[in-house]
Write a protein that binds this ligand. Structure first.
Ligand code: XIL
Length: 389
């Protein structure tokens, strides 16, 4: 009897999921979830949906809809262009996309004065076709800045006054180019140092534009697209620690000064050798209370290979901890993974010996981490007042 009730609840839940919520036009709608080919029955609720089908076995974007939550992924443009399976999965699973690289300054303006919009425009068009929001990443970052800029500053051929003009023009040009097409921008990425006493990172922007460069960048971006949500974004700030507290203090100060800061992005690059950020809900709550949107912007969970059952379990818990923190935070609008398949993850190339950091394996098959995300989205109730994405 109990089993039957669960099965019926599943049917009803699916009905609700499909009919309620923001009308996101999906070119690749949700009928054929990733997991379907893999599931082999044996689940009591499956009977209501045919073999192997349960109410949780739906694409993440469908399961997230009742929460008003966007579920995103970083997109590798080379993969999007060459791999049809990647394209299809990206469209089916996600309601938001972030350019993994093609909106970074070095990619957009490799030669001074010559913008290469092609790949970024292609991503924006892909998102439009699939009813996905675009999260802009990133306007100012010490990394992946063009060589002409960093070399020019280093050899003195670009002085402080000129750098200010260049930065202002860059922000204005890029934000205007994507006006109305990019929902939110990571205006400054990774502005603080790590450790016990974080300070503003000693970048060319901090050095030559002064400590108010973040406020300036936010104002310039706001002038270029008053409707875009403007974020700061960083890693290792998912829990309460000195670095996230430094951001909290900065955000409080900027809000008090009426600087247009609208959101805080928590990258969420987790590593199983470090403590689980179990107090992420408390951390997000304090930003929420400042009136800011919050979002997990680059989630992945890496570990040293090979995988074993302990690591697999740890990975499920880590993904779920961040997703739950988001669902517990009224203005947490987006949960984005930094790549959805191990086939194209940045992790093995950047962290020696580590990998398996995304929810799908290199053959696009769901890992336990993917099932965990589905289940959290399916079981969590209500929208928690989230106004939608
Ligand atoms: C990474 C990309 O995934 C790589 O392809 C690239 O070579 C380097 O940058 N924090 C960020 C992202 O904000 O932009 C980084 O992306 C990962 C860490």
């Amino acid at each position: 009897m109990r089993k039957l009730r669960i099965a019926l609840a599943g049917v009803l839940a699916v009905g609700v999921i499909y009919t309620v919520g923001p009308s996101t036009a999906t070119a690749a709608p949700a009928q054929a979830p990733l997991a379907v080919a893999q599931a082999k029955g044996g689940n009591s609720a499956a009977h209501a949906h045919g073999p192997g089908r349960t109410s949780t076995d739906l694409p993440l974007r469908v399961l997230a809809r009742k929460h008003g939550l966007g579920v995103g992924t970083a997109i590798d443009m080379a993969a999007l262009e060459s791999d049809a399976v990647y394209r299809e999965r990206a469209a089916r699973e996600f309601s938001a996309v972030t350019a993994e690289n093609v909106m970074k300054w070095a990619e957009l303006e490799p030669t001074r004065g010559q913008y290469n919009w092609g790949p970024a425009d292609e991503l924006v068009e892909f998102a439009r076709r699939n009813g996905q929001k675009v999260h802009g990443h990133t306007l100012l970052w010490h990394s992946q800045a063009p060589a002409w800029l960093t070399d020019g500053v280093a050899d003195g051929s670009i002085d402080s006054a000129e750098l200010r003009t260049i930065v202002r023009n860059h922000i204005t040009t890029v934000v205007k180019h994507f006006r109305g097409k990019v929902r939110a921008w990571d205006v400054v990425n990774e502005a603080f140092t790590d450790g016990d006493a974080p300070v503003l990172r000693d970048t060319i922007f901090r050095q030559h534009l002064g400590p108010n460069y973040i406020a300036d960048a936010l104002r310039w971006a706001h002038a270029a697209d008053p409707r875009a949500k403007l974020y700061l974004n960083d890693y290792a700030i998912d829990n309460i620690n000195p670095k996230s507290t430094a951001y909290y203090e900065l955000a409080k100060q900027l809000r008090k000064q009426r600087v247009p800061l609208h959101g805080m992005g928590f990258q969420g690059h987790l590593d199983l050798q470090y403590p689980l950020p179990i107090d992420a809900p408390q951390n997000l709550a304090r930003f929420d209370k400042l009136g800011l949107e919050t979002a997990f912007t680059e989630v992945d969970v890496r570990f040293f290979l090979p995988v074993d059952t302990y690591k697999e379990a740890g990975q499920v818990g880590s993904f779920n901890t961040l997703l739950q923190a988001c669902l517990l935070t009224p203005r947490c609008v987006m949960f984005t993974v930094w790549g959805f398949t191990d086939k194209y993850s940045w992790v093995p190339g950047f962290f020696d010996g580590q990998g398996s950091a995304t929810p799908l394996d290199e053959n696009f098959q769901p890992k336990a981490a993917y099932r965990g995300l589905q289940q959290v989205l399916a079981v969590a109730s209500g929208s928690n007042g989230r106004r939608g994405f």
